[in-house]
Design a protein around this ligand. Sequence first.
Ligand SMILES: *Cc1c(COP(=O)(O)O)cnc(C)c1O
Length: 489
Amino acid sequence: MSIRTDHPGTLAQDRGRAFSTRALSTTTTPGDGHAARATPIYLTAGFVLDDFDHAHARFAGESEDDGFVYTRHGNPTTRTVEARLASLEGGDEAILLASGQAAVAATLLGLLSAGDRLVSSASIYEGTKGLILEHLGRFGIGVDFVGDPADPAAWEAAITDRTRAAFGESIPNPRNDVLDIPTVAGIAHRHGIPLVVDNTLATPALLRPLEHGADVVVHSASKFLAGHGAALGGAIVLAPADRWDQSRYPQLAERTGPDGLTALDRGGDRAFAIYLRDLVVPRLGAAPSPINAFLIGQGLETLAPRVERQSENAATIAAFLAERPEVARVDYAGLPGSPHHATARRLLGDGRGSVFAVTLAGVSFAARAVFDAVEVFTRMTHLGDVRSLILHPASTTHLPRTPAELESSGIGPGLPRLSVGIEDVQDLLADLAQALDAIGRPVPAAVEADGSPDGRKAPALPGPVTGPAARAATSPVALAHRALTAQEA
Ligand SMILES: *Cc1c(COP(=O)(O)O)cnc(C)c1O
């Protein structure tokens, strides 16, 4: 079954127009005669087949119309949002899925077969790491992690003759070690393989990886693309596969349709895109609801101004936190002192991102105090929301990881992650200031007596450490170690 995609990419009328104009572009939804300006929601499982010949033509991909048959294979609402996202990422086409995790899974399962290997930055989203290690591993797909993604030689050394894809994130979370996409793409292409970049944290408003040499972009659309935090979604955006060698992927040379043609026969440079859209994505089954597709489309319209404001707020907050005595370290590539600042300037320009980690002196004791004291920030596992959010990864999302794994990911017990929203920055600063002040307050008896490891150990941990000298003496790794041993004791 193949649905007419007529290369959504940039719509003819949009060529030459700026990002924020294209975000509001007229829809490509097939005309239903009502001329709705907002994207209509086609909430239907299937599409009516007129007669025997029409049914055949639609399934054979030969009908004169849009070719929709069943929403798992494609839907007009979803298709409109895909066209808009492809345009914003500068891609040839986009595929919307039910979640970001589904987008990563479909992309990797489309590229890799048993016996193949993936080379990946070690600095990636926890869910993706779990997928690669615990699931792809079970199907005979190996992974080589690059511990220092900023080192080109480390990427070179990790690529074997069985490696069939390279993976990284544009702005990794929480370390903010911005990926040098042009360099890694160059290495991948010399080995004939594509570079897949998870662009969730940068968004196309700040960085368009395909313009820097990446071949496939994946997104958790649940985050910035939607922005409102009201829907889950994922996306895959594809450039034509003219920078890597599709002939090394046997799955693209297998018969795909009733015409007996293969994805390579049908698509040339679009073979991988056709294979993903027609076979992999519908068979894995993570189709987005047209309602969620609509909500993501609404989010895309305001992406640029939201991200701009979030970046500005985050830069102000990061600079404020870096000066506070309770803070040992701020991992924000937008700060001139960050080791990743130069790469960030080169790839993100003035944009800086709005998700970053703060390491508090006084570790879990301090993290608990700040986490519990915030009033404007919301305690939640999510990011890229219009609201500011705070999370303590070591005690939540990263619970399954061992202390050694946490340390290598740069996640200590004193590390809260912030995702900065669009609120008034003065209110956010005041909220963080009063939350940091809470570190100095005595631990309430209730917490000490509650039997929780932190409550019990809190008095044994270094209390609030203050002053620049103390800051230098308390590297986050040393503090993390001390806290973890204290908890084990
Ligand atoms: C959240 C996230 C994902 C997973 O997306 P879901 O929509 O939650 O499935 C993948 N990558 C990154 C970088 C994320 O932040």
